[in-house]
Design a protein around this ligand. Structure first.
Ligand SMILES: C[S@@+](CC[C@H](N)C(=O)[O-])C[C@H]1O[C@@H](n2cnc3c(N)ncnc32)[C@H](O)[C@@H]1O
Length: 207
């Protein structure tokens, strides 16, 4: 039985998905199991700065927050104002920035964050044109501290489609190491997680 908080998260998410399907790109929030897989890039010690992109109703934020060591900083970038307001109310420890992930470094600069130790991506990549994907991946790679990690996910049933395969190739342009996890079956729909390390400056556009 979902708790009242989870029920509220779910209704806020579903409302946003119905209002803006082209922005949310999912039918339900990520499961705890998927959130755990995404959180592997969050350092367990020190005072890391972790940035979440497309935090939605906070399903991944909760798990990232539980893993984050005391003294760590957790920022969420969410473009939808209603979801951003919900995140602020439901997650008092989270710094919520209502803005576009394509402006990540400028947004972090406004929060006086120089670099991120981890970026956890919940963006609907398959809905973006290739130029937008490149722009956002460039922002992520440029915002990461040396040694930082980036994680994001793709839905398994769509991973063989041309747009998804192109996005997977782009990850190799922006990161030296990209590891794909096993399918996370306990998610609706089942998903794969990409864990990316060692950001690099890409060469000329490959299309
Ligand atoms: C697939 S949902 C994921 C939500 C949440 N991370 C989860 O896993 O349950 C995608 C989220 O990305 C947000 N989003 C879409 N485009 C964005 C952008 N350019 N910048 C920031 N957030 C964006 C949407 O509003 C939505 O909340």
């Amino acid at each position: 039985m979902p708790t009242p908080t989870r029920s509220r998260d779910l209704s806020v998410f579903v409302n946003a998905a119905l209002r803006k399907p082209g922005l949310v790109g999912a039918v339900s929030p990520s499961s705890a199991r998927l959130a755990e897989q995404l959180s592997v890039v969050v350092p367990r010690s020190g005072r890391p700065t972790v940035v979440e992109l497309g935090a939605g109703s906070g399903a991944v934020s909760r798990v990232v927050g539980e893993r984050l060591p005391t003294g760590g900083r957790h920022l969420a970038v969410e473009i939808d104002p209603t979801l951003a307001a919900h995140l602020r109310a439901a997650h008092p420890g989270l710094t919520v920035v209502c803005g576009d992930a394509a402006r990540l470094r400028a947004l972090l600069g406004e929060e006086r964050v120089g670099s991120a130790d981890a970026v956890v991506g919940g963006l609907p990549w398959s809905l973006f044109a290739v130029e937008a994907q490149r722009r956002m991946l460039g922002e992520v790679a440029g915002a990461l501290a040396p040694g930082g990690g980036f994680s994001t996910f793709a839905y398994r049933h769509a991973a063989h489609l041309a747009g998804a395969r192109r996005f997977r190739r782009l990850l190799d342009e922006y990161f030296d190491e990209v590891v794909t996890t096993r399918t996370v079956w306990r998610n609706v729909p089942p998903a794969l997680v990409y864990v990316c390390r060692r950001p690099r400056v890409p060469g000329p556009a490959a299309g």
